[in-house]
Each structure stands twice: as C-alpha cells, then as structure tokens.
Design a protein around this ligand. Structure first.
Ligand code: GLU
Length: 295
C-alpha cells in the first residue's frame, strides 16, 4: 500500500511553492491508489505563526485536497523524539556537543567531530549530534535519477537536538515517516540535501528507507526560493482556480481547455488520472511564468 504525505511547517500560510508540494504529493499518492496524510511540523515554536496551521488545513480543503485519517502534529511526538535520543546517547551512538556555530565556521564550516570523545555530560548549553557511521553521498530520485550530496556534508556528525532544546527537523521527519508507515516522500527540491542525512538515519535505525521524489522549486527573479520566510504571497482561498491551474502547469500538466472551467474537485480528479512522473520539467529550479502578484 502506497502511503504518502504532505508535511508543512506552520511558519506562514501556504504559498505557491508549498501548494506545488501539496499537489505533487497528492497526485503521486492518489494515482497509486494510496493514502495521502497531512502532518503539521510544529516543532519550532519561535518560527511558528499563530493560526498558520489551521489556515493551511483550510487552504487544502479549499483546493479539494482531502487527507486520509487525522492530522499528526509533531508537537505531540516530542517524547518519542527524546526517547530515541536518550537511547542513542546511552548506546554511545550520539553525543553532546558544546561547539558554537561561530567556532564551527572558524574551522571551515563543517563540523569536525570536535566533541565526539569529550564525553560531555548533560547541560542545557549542548546540542546532541549523531555519530555518522552511514554517510550518504547520493540517492536515486524517482524522477531525477541520481542526486548527489557534498561529501563533507554527508560525513558530518549532524545535530539531532539543538542547543536551544528544539528537536532537529531531520530526526523528527524520519521518526514520523516511520511511525506513519510512509512509503514515499514527495517534496520540494529544496530538501534534496537533507535527504542524505535522512537516509543515514534510516540506516542507523536499521529501517528500509522510503523512496524519494523531488519536485521542481519555484524561484523568484533573483533565483531565491519562494518561501514563507521571504514573504511569498499567500495563495488565494476564495478563488482557487487560477492558482490551482498555474501550479498544475508548473508541475508539467498540459491542461485541456474544457478542464479549466470545471469545478475544483473535477480538476483535481483529472490531475490524479493524468499524472505521470515524466511530465515533470527537466530542471529542478524554475521561475513560474507569471509574477508573484498573479498568484
Ligand atoms: N516541514 C518541511 C517544510 O515545510 C517539509 C518536510 C518534508 O517534506 O520532509 O519545509
């Protein structure tokens, strides 16, 4: 059984780029007669915007993207993340690290394992790092084939819990994808680099990794990702059709004119029936063929 998911962070309303990820993961799941789950990745309270999670869910409903089962909130999973970290600390598979970002930068930007053998004891000034025994320098993407990750990045003992006490994205994502029995992760190409670390986590946990499909990233005129952080325009809830059609064209659909005037539900259904991986553009970074204002 195919189980896919869409996992937005509630750091703002959905924008064009996140709608592309929602649609791509939905079409891929439903064209495999699979389930499509929604998980709210609310493990970073300082970056959370009040009301964003419920607005995201309302937006998905307005675009007729109906998820299977209940919504999982990562904030309800903190004990599970901590239990895994405690287990690894106990095993010597993870360790505390007191290095600051500044110190790491001064040593060349990649973490050199400075605290690996220091045996620091619990302190709130420490991050937790995983000993990297399974560096992953490449993986096979379902559409784009082999994607590479810089060696120095792949070999780093990366952070699984931050100095400020927040759990790291990579750890939470993998533990939850396993917990929810996800079989394939479909998401934006901005998350290609973390994929290496995530596969390393599967190897450490001795669990078969999911398969991965990355979707082209919508970029602005300056080549920057359209994101909540750079205030990409929130997508329209009241009149979803133009944005939906634009996002589907961005995903490579050739939309017949008689489909364009159908209701949202029918357009989505047409998308499920016509979705093919080969339609996805060859390039992983694309400027949408319309201005931000038109979204
Ligand atoms: N929560 C992440 C984001 O909104 C996506 C996580 C994922 O799909 O793995 O960027």
């Amino acid at each position: 059984m195919y189980i896919g998911r869409f996992a937005p962070s509630p750091s703002g309303p959905l924008h064009f780029g996140s709608l592309v990820a929602a649609l791509g993961s939905y079409f891929q799941a439903k064209s495999h007669s699979g389930q499509w789950l929604v998980r709210i990745e609310d493990i970073d309270p300082p970056r959370e915007v009040a009301g964003a999670a419920s607005l995201i869910l309302k937006t998905l409903e307005a675009y007729q993207l109906h998820w299977d089962g209940g919504v999982l909130y990562q904030s309800s999973r903190l004990d599970a993340y901590q239990a895994q970290i405690d287990h690894w600390l106990h095993q010597g598979q993870a360790y505390l690290c007191e290095c600051t970002r500044k110190q790491i930068k001064a040593l060349g930007g990649y973490y050199q394992g400075t605290c690996r053998d220091k045996a620091l004891s619990a302190s709130n000034q420490c991050a937790v790092r995983l000993k990297m025994h399974h560096p992953v320098e490449s993986f096979i993407d379902q559409r784009y084939g082999q994607l590479n990750i810089p060696k120095a990045l792949a070999e780093e003992d990366f952070i699984i819990k931050r100095r400020d006490g927040l759990f790291a994205y990579n750890l939470a994502v993998v533990l939850d994808d396993i917990y929810q029995n996800i079989t394939e992760v479909v998401r934006g190409a901005d998350l290609i680099e973390p994929t290496g670390r995530q596969i390393s986590l599967y190897k450490t946990l001795e669990v078969e990794p999911v398969s991965y499909l990355h979707l082209p990233l919508a970029i602005d005129d300056n080549g920057n990702k359209l994101s909540k952080q750079n205030h990409a325009t929130a997508i329209d809830l009241d009149n979803p059709r133009p944005t939906l059609l634009n996002a589907m064209r961005f995903l490579g659909f050739n939309i017949d004119s008689h489909i364009e005037t159908e209701n949202i539900e029918t357009i989505i259904q047409w998308g499920v029936e016509n979705w093919q991986l080969l339609q996805l553009p060859n390039k992983l970074k694309i400027k949408p063929p319309f201005s931000n204002g038109a979204l």
